[in-house]
Ligand binder design. Structure first.
Ligand code: SAM
Ligand code: SF4
Length: 467
């Protein structure tokens, strides 16, 4: 492992820009790259740059077709669902694109009390959620100790006579020190998530005014190194699309993934691809500096999927339902559902400021129904993390395709629980039909008796069974 490069700035800005000065690749080069991608070993920076430069519609379709095959081969027809809990919208930073920026006086501010966090958790449990993302603005009133307490209280909430509880908490928080990560690790968080926003150090200065903690590009860029040192093996990276050139940002994500792989033996657990949405009191969200068109957005999702085949890809409710339904075919493996981005909004709509406008306002059951229609099993599975299959162990398991043996059955178990406990009769019937069809098509026939026995137990009232 490359210990010498830990905690160093690893983005080579000039080289990444130079890679994008090339002309579009010939068909032959595209064929070679796509054939390599179908071996599921990922792509290097130069190959990713070549695909990013493809503009021909037919050739883009070839990239999308390859992404569809890779997605299907590794993830099958399942989709992990989660919801964010915004614990506060007070922030000491002034990011020019975010409503939570400290100089924005147009929104009502709030930091949730522990009781309010419990109420938010209860409301999500009653919708059927099992995985949450705790997220907030940066502020010393909701620093690491507050978050540790918030995590304990969220895990502690019980509904439905103790049968329903949150099984995995991920956190999306401002960069911190190794000791803070060690504290979060003790509280058993799943993934630590933080987006670089833009990997271009020059542009970064423009959006993150000097004098705020977030203005320090290098401190943010090396946050995953500190997370690893603090014991957190599953980390989630991302870029905010719309600030800079989307092609550069994709290359930045690739270089970040390679840095983690080289230094820690394991790339990121997830990549997020938020697109800039309108936000009150945030000038760069009202006038997006470098908008990414829907077609370019689909292309970049497909390229990331084939370049990092084993990395989960997250799409939030920033995107509308049509885009979300389409992108699950080309790369997205995790999706938020029924989300609100203002603190306290699940338990009580009290008008606190939200972070940005949502593109998908549907309730969770409507989202689930649309995935059933598309032939996807909604999954609330938390099995790998609770069995210790994280970080490098997860990747070792995922790479030979073994993860399929766990993921589909676990997805089916959690979906059956959802259908029994939360769904309306019509959703239940349609969901059970989909489970039946999945099992008929499942190629690991030796596991079917064990899966059916677990499903029987679930139908008798047993919960939280997983491989
Ligand atoms: N405050 C922490 C931080 O900045 O890392 C935690 C999370 S912040 C609430 C979550 C993310 O929302 C930011 O990293 C940014 O990428 C994204 N975001 C901010 N403003 C946005 C907007 N107008 N549209 C879409 N995403 C936005
Ligand atoms: Fe604060 Fe994060 Fe919003 Fe920036 S993006 S203003 S750090 S909440």
């Amino acid at each position: 492992m490359d210990i010498a490069n830990r905690n160093k700035v690893f983005i080579d800005r000039d080289y990444l820009h130079s890679l994008l000065e090339r002309k579009a690749p010939e068909q032959n080069e595209i064929n070679n790259i796509l054939n390599k991608s179908l071996e599921l070993k990922g792509l290097n920076l130069e190959e990713v740059a070549a695909l990013l430069c493809v503009e021909d519609k037919n050739q883009i379709q070839q990239i999308m077709n390859a992404a569809h095959k890779v997605k299907d081969e590794i993830y099958g027809k399942r989709l992990v669902l989660f919801a964010p809990i915004y614990t506060g919208n007070v922030c000491c930073n002034n990011c020019t694109y975010c409503s939570f920026r400290k100089d924005n006086h147009l929104i009502k501010r709030k930091i949730l009390t522990m009781e309010e966090i419990e109420q938010e958790t209860s409301a999500l449990l009653k919708q059927g959620h099992k995985r949450v993302l705790l997220i907030c603005g940066e502020n010393n009133k909701n620093g690491t100790e507050y978050m540790c307490e918030a995590i304990r209280r969220t895990y502690g909430v019980r509904e439905n006579n103790g049968r329903d509880y949150i099984r995995r908490i991920n956190v999306e928080l401002a960069p911190m020190e190794v000791e803070d990560f060690a504290m979060l690790h003790k509280e058993k968080i799943g993934t630590y998530v933080c987006f670089q926003e833009t990997y271009d150090s020059e542009l970064y200065k423009r959006f993150h005014p000097a004098g705020t903690p977030k203005a320090d590009y290098a401190y943010r860029l090396t946050v995953m190194d500190r997370a690893q040192e603090g014991g957190i093996n599953d980390v989630g990276i991302g870029a905010l699309f719309g600030l800079g050139d989307y092609k550069f940002e994709v290359l930045g994500l690739m270089q970040h993934a390679k840095h983690l792989e080289d230094c820690y033996g394991c790339g990121p657990h997830t990549v997020s691809i938020p697109r800039l949405e309108p936000a009150i009191g945030a000038p760069d969200a009202e006038h997006v500096p470098q908008p990414v068109s829907d077609d370019d957005f689909k292309k970049l999702v497909a390229i990331i999927r084939i370049a990092l085949p084993y990395t989960g890809m997250i799409l939030s409710t920033r995107e509308n339902s049509a885009m979300r339904n389409e992108l699950i075919n080309f790369g997205i493996s995790q999706i938020s559902a029924g989300s609100r981005t203002n603190p306290g909004a699940y338990a009580e709509e009290d008008g606190t400021g939200s972070q940005f406008e949502l593109g998908d306002h549907r309730e969770m059951e409507d989202v689930i129904n649309s995935f059933i229609d598309a032939g996807y099993i909604p999954s609330f599975c938390t099995g790998c993390y609770r069995k210790g299959r994280v970080g490098e162990d997860f990747m070792d398991l995922a790479k030979p395709g073994l993860i399929k043996q766990y993921c589909l059955p676990n997805a089916i178990f959690t979906f059956q629980e959802y259908l029994n406990d939360f769904a309306h009769e019509d959703t239940k019937q349609r969901g059970m039909k989909l489970i039946k069809q999945m099992l008929e098509e499942y190629d690991q026939k030796q596991l079917i008796p064990k899966i059916e026995s677990n499903l029987n137990e679930i139908n008798k009232g047993q919960r939280d069974l997983y491989f």
